[in-house]
Design a protein. Structure first.
Length: 264
């Protein structure tokens, strides 16, 4: 069964498999201090990352995969979603792609997860920042060209070849870091996970709003992918900041705590 770990070539299908990966991260990973604990960052080659979460009691509380690729996207951060009270090492943000100067609008809003949220303090909202954005495929379809893609759509309203739908904003409760999009493959390759020796497929995809690193479990790939193909599907979104984010000033935090002047 496909999951976010198998998408990067890790064999994780059971609690025992998860424990094995946690041990791998603990034994090979670099410890990184965080506000509410620490991370063990394990690298499995070619951009593959595992962010193991360890709380202040030195207990493992979670694990997030990420792929550090070549995509770059300018976004406007507009909100940070409240983390789970039991795991403040997670991070999730609302943003606009291609934001205007006010950062109150853009070509579309979306939500993404930040695997290393705990290394940052109080991040100023709103602000413009560049991110590297990875999309873990839940399901994908590959088309050889625009004509084949258009013929596959039988409804009255058709999606463009470069389109993006922030499906996570339509879910009940807390918005999720998921989206559906279509784009053109700019680069693609098969990558071998150094820990498992299993392969997965990577593609740099140009879609509405910019380029995204797309990761695909081999189980989902039903045909050879080549540059120029059209890819369409549903994905989980994980991002890392490429600029140092602007932080809130301590005085503003204190003022807010005591009900004084609000930030402008």
């Amino acid at each position: 069964m496909v999951n976010h770990m198998t998408t990067l070539g890790f064999r994780v299908h059971s609690p025992e498999d998860f424990e094995d990966i946690a041990e791998y991260a603990l034994s090979t990973g670099t410890r990184i201090k965080a506000t509410y604990g620490q991370y063990a960052l394990a690298l499995a080659g070619e951009g593959i990352e595992i962010w193991l979460q360890i709380d202040k009691k030195n207990q493992v509380i979670g694990l997030n995969p990420h792929f550090s690729g070549s995509s770059r996207m300018k976004i406007g951060l507009t909100a940070e979603l409240e983390p789970d009270e039991n795991n403040k090492l997670d991070g999730r943000f609302h943003a606009w792609a291609e934001p205007d100067e006010s950062m109150e609008s853009g070509i579309y809003p979306f939500v993404f997860d930040l695997p290393n949220r705990g290394v940052y303090g109080q991040i100023l909202i709103p602000q413009m920042i560049h991110v590297q954005l990875s999309a873990f495929a839940h399901e994908v379809t590959i088309y050889k060209d625009e004509e084949e893609f258009n013929l596959s759509q039988d409804s009255e309203y058709k999606f463009a070849v470069e389109s993006f739908v922030p499906s996570g904003l339509f879910s009940e409760g807390t918005p999720s870091a998921t989206a559906m999009f279509t784009g053109r493959i700019v680069e693609t390759a098969e990558i071998v996970n150094e820990q498992s020796k299993l392969r997965f497929t990577w593609a740099l995809v140009k879609t509405l709003g910019g380029e995204i690193d797309v990761l695909i479990d081999q189980e989902l790939v039903n045909k050879e992918m080549i540059v120029g193909d059209i890819i369409s599907g549903s994905f989980w979104l994980s991002a890392k900041f490429q600029d140092e984010p602007i932080m809130k000033k301590k005085s503003n935090v204190i003022n807010r705590m005591f009900g004084r002047n609000k930030e402008k």
